[in-house]
Each structure stands twice: as structure tokens, then as C-alpha cells.
Design a protein around this ligand. Structure first.
Ligand code: PEP
Ligand code: MG
Length: 581
């Protein structure tokens, strides 16, 4: 009889293979007291384990073929760096000495302390970095407990992994990279989230994967499994009919991937000849690789606030300049749009001491993004200087989030002028013509988009916030997610107003909110006159495919009808018709 389990699908694709169980996490650690004369022996045992863990990682790094992409080996380097950090090397030694306890217990206490710090972080992406700490600590722990660790599997076991769907409590990114080279078909873990490094790796390696599955004792070694990494479904011992159906879907998905990859170097142009710019959104420097792989023209949104999060200090001008320059270098001449700080609301809001005690009653409507930057100019000025200086090193544009009024805009432009003069006086190079643009993500700004178009070099529509503020729906509140609707007539009309305002002022308008990366909306947006999209790298080729299949002149009348409607059902119907043409 077949069993079906559900979980979180983190990497698309269907895998069919036999179950192969790997380690089931680290055994429970017990506290033992160490007599005084043996304390230093215990310290030495701990240090040996750390050395061995380092050696293991170096061996793994060595065993990974040269052709492996740098983003995979970067994970291993990150873990190697962690093994040099005093939080993992010195703190447990102090605990062993102070508490006279065994090395495993000291390491466990340190892990609990670090986990608590990570759990308190507001940002979900950074919170999942806890996985890296766990992976490194587990490696040391397994050595202390003399447990087997995955990468040291003997050759014949490695052979049995070919075509297997690997089941584990958790997998480190290093394990994941090795598993790929052993030809696994997919993996399923009990722990982890969609933003964990392992999930990110699975996606970039293209291995179907699921996390958060309660595997229990339901699945046995060697069972035939079907893994649907998109739907988040795991089926054990499927019948012939199910197997046939999933194999068919597998072939279909493979065909789709091959087709999409072929589009990478093809022009992004509609059937009726309208050229469309496809840029990528990035959060971290490393994301540039994915953007390049997808054939992005440039970066339409670099969310710099990630540089400011999860640290006690603020990155100074030089550090920011280094980071921006590194992104410019990896883009090899492609344009980079650096968005100034968008802190506040759901993004960590207190990077400087004056702000620590400020509690906003309604953070999304409070001191956020440009408002915060104009209030704390000492925080903002180094970023403006760094971005301007970066503009001397490659094609850079500066983009300002959350603008809402003319006076705010005037204040901002005066400040940028002041910074330009300062830099000139300091004899520091910058591009005096660096374009400055604004995000239109507040309904007020959309309604007076022509004002912003007159004073700025480009506009970019941030639908994530525009939907939130237009419909009064907190974008991070689960309770109202069902009301979050980019197709709401009010949202569509505001988007259209911005596109039209840009066109009349001959100022380019792009869209960098998630709506731009959803292929269901591509034709509609093209029909509304949008020709510049900035999307997450993994969505880029799907959008290119949609662009290349669209004929804007054919849908023109339907789009006008859709925009004139205020009946949501009718809008949905018209969108279907547009997409089916
Ligand atoms: C947006 O609001 O659409 C946007 C792109 O910015 P963020 O998601 O960072 O708020
Ligand atoms: Mg926004």
C-alpha cells in the first residue's frame, strides 16, 4: 500500500528513486563532570575534534570536482571560517574549564546559546543562518561522539546512493554538494526551512528536495519513492499507475527546463517586436551568479539593507564601497541599481543607538526607508558617498525606496547634491551623471508619479509595498494574506498611472516587486506598457518565455477592458483570456 507524506517543497522537480537513510541527527548529549586533573585532557580532546572537523571539510573541498560552481564551494569555505571563530573554538574551552564538564556538554551549551541569538532575529533569511552553525557544531559533535558522518561514506555506500532519494534528519550544504556528485535523485529532510542554505543549494543544483517532513518510521531502506519538490509530496511504495503518471510529469518538467535554458542568450522581445529589459533582483553579493546564469541584463534591485542587518556596528563608507565594488566587478560591465537602505517595518529597524528605544505603533507606516534615512542623516550619508564613489567603478544607478512626497524628494536631491560637492572637494572620483531613481510603492507617490518623473532619472514600481499600502494589508500578517491581490483594480490602476506618467515624461519605468516575476501577469503588464522588469533570478527565464510568446497588439483591447473593470471575477476571467490567446 502506498503512503503519502507532505512537507515543504523547497526545490522544484520530480524524483523517482529508492529510499536511502542517512544519519538521523546527533544523539542526545549528556553532561558528565570531569575531575580537575583531567580538565586539560578534555580541552585537548575538544581541540582535536575541531582540528579533525577542519580536516574533514578540507578533504571534502578537495574531493569536489574542479568544475563545481563557486557558490557550492563557498558554503564549505564559510563552514571552514566558522571553525576558526572563537565562538566555536574558545567559548567551549572556557565552559569545559569553568563548569568542569565534558567537551560534548560544553559544545551543546554553546550551541544552545548561539541558537537563542539566532532565534531572536527578525529577519527570516538571517535566522536560517542558524543552520550553518548547527551543521558545523554537529560535525564536531559527531567526531566527539565518534559517529559516522555522511561524506566519509565508504565507496560501496556511495555507489548505492546513485539514483537514491536520500532521507536524513538534516543535511549540511557540504553533504548536499557531495551527494550531488554521487548522483542522488533527490533528498528529504526532517528539519530545515525553505530559506536554509541546504534548500538554496538544492535549488541552485537543481535537485528536487523537501524539508520539514515528519518521516517517522514510515519509510524503509530501499522503498520506492516519488518526491515532488514543488508540491511538497513524498509517496512511498506507489502503485504502477502513480509511477507512470509521475514519470510522465518528470519528462515534461525536464523538457521545460531544457527549453527555458535555450532562451538564455535569445533576445527578450515580444512577437510584435517590442524589446523588453529583464533584470534581476539580488539581496547578497553571491546572488549575482544566479542572475548571470539566468542571462539577466543587469541588476534592477540590489537590496542593500541586508548589509546592515545582524550586526552590532554599521558598515562604514569604505566597507560599503568594497561591497558595492565587488558586486560591480562580478557583473563585468552589466548595470547595477543599488537601492538605498530600506530599514524599518519588517526589516530590522535599529541600526543606530538613537533608534534603539523607538517603538513604532505601526511599523509599516512608521519611520521606514527614506524617511528613516532623512531623519538619521549620519547613517545615510556614508551610503550616499559609497554609492556615488562606486559609480566611478562601473555602471551604477541609485534607487530610493518609499518616496511619498515632493518635499521629501527635494530634501533628498539637496542632500545628494551636497554629497557630490563633498566628494569633489575631497578629490574622490564619482560619476557626476549617475542616474538617481525612485521606487513607487506608496499610493500617494503613484498618484503624483508625474512629479517624481520630472525630478528623477527613472522610476521602479515596488508592488510588494504598493499592494500592501493600497489595500491596507500588512504583507507579513498571515491573517490577511488572502486579501493580498495584485489584480485588485485599485492596484492595477495605480500601476498604469505610473507607467503612463513615466512615458509622458520620457522617464524609464520598471517594476521590481514580485508581481514582475510572476509569469501569470507578464502579458497584462506588457499590455499596460511595461517594458522593464526586474525579477528574482530563478524566475527570469520563465518571464522571458512569456515575453517571447506575447503579442501586445493582440491583447491591447482586452487589457483596456480589464483595466476599466472593477469586478474582480471579471478581471480574473479577462486575464485568463489574455493568457490563453
Ligand atoms: C517592493 O516593495 O515591491 C520591493 C521590491 O521592495 P521590498 O520588497 O524590498 O520592500
Ligand atoms: Mg518595498
Amino acid at each position: 500500500m502506498s503512503i503519502s507524506l507532505s512537507g515543504i517543497g523547497v526545490s522544484r522537480g520530480i524524483a523517482v528513486g529508492h529510499a536511502h537513510w542517512l544519519e538521523r541527527g546527533v544523539t542526545e548529549v549528556l553532561e558528565a563532570s570531569i575531575p580537575e586533573p583531567f580538565i586539560e585532557d578534555e580541552v585537548a580532546r575538544f581541540r582535536r575534534a575541531v582540528r579533525l572537523a577542519r580536516q574533514q571539510l578540507k578533504d571534502i573541498r578537495h574531493a569536489i570536482p574542479e568544475t563545481t560552481r563557486a557558490d557550492i564551494t563557498d558554503f564549505i569555505d564559510t563552514h571552514l571560517l566558522m571553525l576558526e571563530d572563537s565562538m566555536l573554538t574558545l567559548a567551549p574551552v572556557e565552559l569545559i574549564r569553568e563548569q568542569r564538564c565534558n567537551a560534548e556538554w560544553a559544545l551543546k551549551c554553546q550551541r544552545d546559546e548561539l541558537a537563542a541569538v539566532f532565534d531572536e532575529m527578525d529577519d527570516p533569511y538571517l535566522r536560517t543562518r542558524k543552520d550553518d552553525v548547527d551543521h558545523v557544531i554537529n560535525r564536531i559533535m559527531r567526531i566527539l561522539l565518534r559517529q559516522e558522518s555522511i561524506p566519509e561514506l565508504p565507496g560501496n555506500e556511495a555507489k548505492s546512493l546513485r539514483g537514491a532519494i536520500v532521507l536524513a534528519h538534516d543535511l549540511t550544504p557540504a553533504d548536499t554538494a557531495l551527494l550531488q556528485h554521487q548522483g542522488v535523485a533527490g533528498f528529504v529532510t526532517e528539519s530545515g526551512g525553505p530559506l536554509s542554505h541546504t534548500a538554496i543549494l538544492a535549488r541552485s543544483l537543481g535537485i528536487p528536495a523537501m524539508v520539514g517532513v515528519h518521516l517517522g518510521a514510515a519509510i524503509h531502506e530501499g522503498d520506492t519513492l516519488i518526491l515532488d519538490g514543488e508540491a511538497g509530496v513524498l509517496i512511498a511504495e506507489p502503485d504502477e499507475g502513480l509511477l507512470k503518471e509521475y514519470r510522465r510529469r518528470q519528462r515534461q518538467a525536464q523538457k521545460r527546463r531544457t527549453e527555458l535554458n535555450r532562451l538564455k542568450d535569445l533576445p527578450s522581445v515580444t512577437l510584435d517586436g517590442i524589446p523588453v529589459h529583464l533584470n534581476a533582483n539580488i539581496e547578497l553579493r553571491e546572488d549575482v551568479r544566479a542572475a548571470r546564469r539566468a542571462g539577466a541584463e543587469g541588476i534592477g534591485l540590489y537590496r542593500t539593507e541586508f548589509l546592515f542587518m545582524n550586526r552590532d556596528d554599521i558598515p562604514d563608507e569604505e566597507e560599503q564601497l568594497r561591497q558595492y565594488s565587488a558586486v560591480i566587478r562580478s557583473l563585468k560591465g552589466m548595470p547595477l541599481t543599488i537601492r538605498t537602505l530600506d530599514l524599518g517595518a519588517d526589516k530590522d529597524a535599529a541600526p543606530c543607538a538613537e533608534m534603539q528605544d523607538h517603538v513604532a505603533t505601526n511599523p509599516a507606516l512608521g519611520l521606514r526607508a527614506i524617511r528613516l534615512c532623512l531623519k538619521y542623516v549620519d547613517l545615510f550619508r556614508p551610503q550616499l558617498r559609497a554609492i556615488l564613489r562606486a559609480s566611478a567603478r562601473g555602471p551604477v544607478r541609485m534607487m530610493i525606496p518609499m518616496l511619498s512626497s515632493g518635499s521629501e524628494l527635494a530634501q533628498l536631491l539637496d542632500l545628494i547634491d551636497e554629497v557630490r560637492q563633498e566628494l569633489a572637494m575631497d578629490g574622490l572620483a564619482f560619476d557626476p551623471d549617475m542616474p538617481v531613481g525612485g521606487m513607487i510603492e506608496v499610493p500617494a507617490a503613484a498618484l503624483v508619479a508625474s512629479l517624481f518623473a520630472r525630478h528623477l532619472d527613472f522610476l521602479s514600481i515596488g508592488t510588494n509595498d504598493l499592494v500592501q499600502y493600497t489595500l491596507a494589508i500588512d504583507r507579513v500578517d498571515d491573517e490577511v494574506t488572502y486579501l493580498y491581490d495584485p489584480l485588485h483594480p485599485a492596484v492595477l490602476r495605480l500601476v498604469k498611472m505610473v507607467i503612463d506618467a513615466g512615458r509622458s515624461a520620457q522617464v524609464p519605468v520598471s517594476m521590481c516587486g514580485e508581481m514582475a516575476g510572476d509569469a501569470r501577469y507578464t502579458r497584462l503588464l506588457l499590455g499596460m506598457g511595461l517594458t522593464d522588469f526586474s525579477v528574482p533570478p530563478n524566475a527570469l527565464l520563465e518571464i522571458k518565455a512569456a515575453v517571447r510568446q506575447a503579442c501586445v497588439s493582440d491583447i491591447d483591447a482586452l487589457v483596456r477592458q480589464l483595466l476599466a473593470s472593477d469586478d474582480t471575477d471579471h478581471i480574473a476571467q479577462l486575464l485568463n483570456t489574455i493568457n490563453e490567446l
